[in-house]
Structure formats: structure tokens, C-alpha cells
Design a protein around this ligand. Structure first.
Ligand code: NAP
Length: 246
């Protein structure tokens, strides 16, 4: 797959799965633009990518804030002149059983994980429609399909991404824009490292392949949807979970 001349914007690209996706797309020739809450961390990752020969840059933004998102897409348009690929990857957890979940934690997770996909995709399709080409890939989760005790906010946000993805796919298929999602299972990153050992062991026991996934496993599935050759694949979800959910 050749992505030379293409521009890819990856939210939450400073670390974890987002960073892996940036590396994967950069290796294929795309210019990667990292958007992250922590501008220094994002700039550091962009520098590290550049040291490997990649074409990379970064912007600091809070993906849940409309003003930040609009400003960043304006900057991408002015500085880079185009946008071919949007990866909606930024996400957080604020776990707790439903009865104890604070409304603030519900709102925060829905805003960072789902509102952000609405805000970023809305700006992206404006640019992509004019180009008559675009690839939008959003990172959902296995819990959108299975549910998970303690993750009412998170599982709802990820299920929302799936519905939103299908609607974007239908609205923009005629403009050469595809919208798809990747639903990871348990992937080893900072997000999952903070889980207690007994929860991790319980998870492991439910994975037929007998191991946790890596950010690279997710990045390879994402790159499939980013290919210029997969334009007839839209509104779909690829599950990357070692068989945990089928
Ligand atoms: P991670 O290591 O915690 O990285 C998340 C990245 O998103 C960080 O760079 C973080 O920035 C950034 N971010 C958080 N809030 C943001 C905001 N408001 N605006 C901009 N950037 C923000 O997480 P990960 O494990 O790589 O997860 C990436 C995606 O995969 C998430 O959507 C997650 O829900 C999904 N996912 C992960 C797993 C898993 O097992 N790890 C499974 C299923 C789905 P800071 O460093 O500044 O906080």
C-alpha cells in the first residue's frame, strides 16, 4: 500500500495505539499529523518519528472541545493543504459501577471518546468532500459489543462510535469517503496497564489465543481501511481481539 503524498491526522497519536498507527502509516509514506492533549508529548513523538525518516508534525488539542478541533483542522488545511486520512483514536476510561458512576465521569468519557469523533469527522468531511477522497477510521472497542461491568460510560461511547461510523459511511460514500471502525480487545498500553492484576488475569482467561494484543496488531487492521484499494469497504468493523468476541 502506497500512501505517498497523503496526509493522515491521528488523534491521541502521542503514545499507545495512536503512536503505532502513526508509525504504520508513516512507513507507507503518509505524512502523519499527531493531535494530542499534551502538546510536548505529541511534539516529542513527532520528533522520534522524524528521526526514523518519517514525515511528521503535531498539534496540541483537546478533541472534545469544538473550538480546539476547528482550529486544528483549519491549521491542517492551511499548513498542509489536504487531509486524506482521519484516525479517531483518542480515548479515556473513568470506570465505576453504574450505581456509583458520577455524571461528570459519564460526560467526560462520552465527550472525549464520542463527541470527539463527531467533531473531528465533521471537519474532516468538509476537506475530504472537496477532494472527493477520504478515509475515516475510528477506534471502538470489544466492549461496545459485549458490555463490561464498570464501563457503562466507556461501552456506551464505543457503541456510539459504531452507529456514527455507519451513518458517516452512508452520508459520504458518494464522495469517495469511507468510514470504518476497528474494535480492539485487550491491548497492552498505559490504558490497560493500570488495571488490577486479577482483572488482567480474568481477561486473559477469556482470550482463545492466550495472549494480549499489541498496538501493532491494531495498527495493521487500521491500515487496511486506509488503503486507496479498499474504497468499496465502508461502514464496517474489524475486530482485533484474539478471538475474545466473535
Ligand atoms: P492511551 O495509551 O491512554 O493513549 C491515549 C492517547 O489519547 C494519549 O496520548 C492521550 O493523551 C490522548 N488523549 C486523551 N484524552 C485526549 C483529549 N481529550 N484530546 C486529545 N488527546 C487525548 O490509550 P490506548 O490504549 O492507546 O487507546 C487508544 C484508543 O484505543 C482509545 O480510543 C481506546 O479507548 C481504544 N481501545 C484501547 C484498548 C486497549 O486495550 N488499550 C482496547 C479497546 C479500545 P495524554 O497522554 O495527554 O493523556
Amino acid at each position: 500500500m502506497d500512501l505517498k503524498g497523503q496526509v493522515a491526522f491521528i488523534t491521541g497519536g502521542a503514545r499507545g495505539i495512536g503512536r503505532s498507527i502513526a508509525e504504520e502509516l508513516a512507513v507507507r509514506g503518509a505524512k502523519v499529523v499527531l493531535g494530542d492533549l499534551n502538546p510536548e508529548e505529541a511534539a516529542g513523538t513527532a520528533e522520534a518519528l522524524k528521526a526514523t525518516g518519517a514525515d511528521a508534525c503535531s498539534y496540541g488539542l483537546d478533541v472534545s472541545k469544538a473550538q480546539d478541533v476547528e482550529k486544528t483542522f483549519e491549521a491542517i488545511k492551511n499548513d498542509l493543504g489536504r487531509l486524506d486520512i482521519l484516525i479517531n483514536n483518542a480515548g479515556i476510561t473513568r470506570d465505576g459501577l453504574l450505581m456509583r458512576m458520577k455524571p461528570e465521569d459519564w460526560d467526560l468519557v462520552i465527550n472525549v471518546n464520542l463527541r470527539s469523533v463527531f467533531l473531528c469527522s465533521k471537519e474532516a468531511v468538509k476537506i475530504m468532500s472537496r477532494q472527493r477522497y477520504g478515509r475515516i477510521v475510528s477506534i471502538a472497542s470489544v466492549v461496545a459489543f459485549m458490555g463490561n461491568p464498570g464501563q457503562a460510560n466507556y461501552s456506551a461511547s464505543k457503541a456510539g462510535i459504531v452507529g456514527l461510523t455507519k451513518t458517516i459511511a452512508k452520508e459520504y460514500a458518494g464522495r469517495g469517503i469511507t468510514a470504518n471502525a476497528v474494535a480492539p480487545g485487550f491491548i497492552v498500553t498505559a490504558m490497560t496497564e493500570k488495571l488490577p492484576e486479577d482483572v488482567r488475569n480474568q481477561m486473559l482467561a477469556s482470550i482463545p489465543s492466550g495472549k494480549f494484543g499489541t498496538p501493532e496488531d491494531v495498527a495493521r487492521a487500521v491500515s487496511f481501511f486506509c488503503s486507496p484499494d479498499t474504497g468499496y469497504v465502508t461502514g464496517q468493523v474489524i475486530h482485533v481481539n484474539g478471538g475474545m468476541y466473535m
